[in-house]
Design a protein around this ligand. Structure first.
Ligand code: MG
Length: 252
């Protein structure tokens, strides 16, 4: 069932979304060579708790971190660790979730560590463009897969990237993962009709090489089968009567 959010719930989701956006701003300042992903995790958790929110990922199905920190060929669900130290030329995807008074915000960005190759810059640009192309389709009356999923797939094809098909976006609200599932490609059906009040996470994951992935022995970290780099961008967005509203941004 796809839930529609009340005005009150939307206001709480805006606050949750602002907190997530603040964490991403903090990550942009902190990400540099020599920093461990555990340090990033600790600083993210501190900020989330200072804002009277709860890190949504911590303890979720037993996940140990407050953020997912996925480097280079890691696609999603990387576990923060003091042993993982960022190096010049890496890329790092930081996925963050915050629960504020029972409502969740969820977003991801992929950041460069120092100077990265043009190939990686292009991967980040193309994946972020896919997110915004998807958001553009998130309008009342549209069919989710015909517009959002199709736009994401088209962007991957434009750049020639592999699409990670095993994971995708989702509805969100009082739970982090609600209906509907959001494919990053055309699944062959039009998908549910979008209505004002629905809140959806769109999250393209694009790879330089194959879209095929597997999970490592830690049971969490998803990596590309060919070891080539992967990028991930995500926002939580509200369907409205007019333009889509990105909830995971800093609201004035
Ligand atoms: Mg998500």
């Amino acid at each position: 069932m796809i839930t529609k959010k009340s005005r009150h719930e939307i206001s709480l989701m805006k606050t949750a979304g602002s907190i997530v956006a603040e964490v991403h701003e903090l990550m942009k300042e902190l990400v540099k060579p020599g920093v461990s992903t555990l340090e990033l995790d600790e600083k993210a958790e501190k900020l989330i708790r200072e804002r009277k929110a709860i890190p949504a990922f911590k303890g979720y199905h037993g996940f140990p971190g407050s953020i997912c920190a996925s480097i280079n060929e890691q696609v999603v669900h990387g576990i923060p660790s003091g042993d993982v130290v960022l190096k010049e030329g890496d890329i790092i995807s930081v996925d963050v979730g915050a629960i504020y008074k029972g409502l969740v915000g969820d977003a991801a960005i992929t950041l460069p560590v120092g100077e990265i190759t043009d190939e990686l810059k292009e991967l980040l640009k193309g994946t972020e463009e896919a997110l915004y192309a998807g958001i553009e389709g998130l309008r009342a009356g549209n069919k989710l897969y015909d517009t959002v999923s199709a736009a994401v797939e088209d962007k991957a094809n434009e750049y020639g990237y592999g699409i990670v098909r095993n994971y995708g976006g989702h509805g969100i609200g009082r739970s982090m993962h609600e209906d509907p599932f959001v494919y990053n490609f055309r699944p062959g059906v039009p998908g549910p009709e979008l209505k004002p009040g629905m809140a959806i996470c769109i999250e393209p994951m694009f790879n330089l090489g194959t879209g095929s992935v597997h999970t490592e022995q830690d049971k969490w970290t998803v990596v590309t089968d060919d070891g080539k780099a992967s990028a991930h961008f995500e926002h939580t967005i509200l369907v409205t009567d007019s333009d889509p509203l990105i909830l995971t941004q800093i609201h004035a």
